[in-house]
Design a binder for this molecule. Structure first.
Ligand SMILES: [Zn+2]
Length: 98
């Protein structure tokens, strides 16, 4: 699914910023894979959503053959498909270390 071209806002209730990041984890059943999105957020709300994504991943029950990677942070790009989004490994590292 291409991203819609209209502005996308942070998912935090009450937050008026545009979403700049996507918290998502790569899911696969061995045949196909997709990004499972946990939330879209602005820079201010990023630590909270990253944490929430990690919690959700722990709760997720997988069936045989399914894999779900640790949630990561992707830069939002309007009009880009998921597979072309840039993964921000440096930021993930920063938050994962506290
Ligand atoms: Zn926000």
């Amino acid at each position: 699914m291409p991203m819609p071209s209209y502005p996308i806002y942070c998912h935090t209730p009450g937050c008026k910023h545009l979403a700049a990041y996507k918290i998502a984890a790569l899911w696969s059943d061995g045949r196909q894979s997709e990004l499972k999105t946990y939330g879209l957020c602005c820079e201010d709300c990023l630590p909270k959503w990253f944490e929430r994504g990690r919690e959700k991943q722990k709760e997720c029950r997988l069936t045989a053959g399914e894999t779900l990677e640790t949630p990561g942070i992707w830069a939002m790009r309007h009009g880009e498909r998921d597979k072309r989004l840039e993964r921000l490994a440096d930021l993930e590292q920063k938050f994962a270390n506290g």
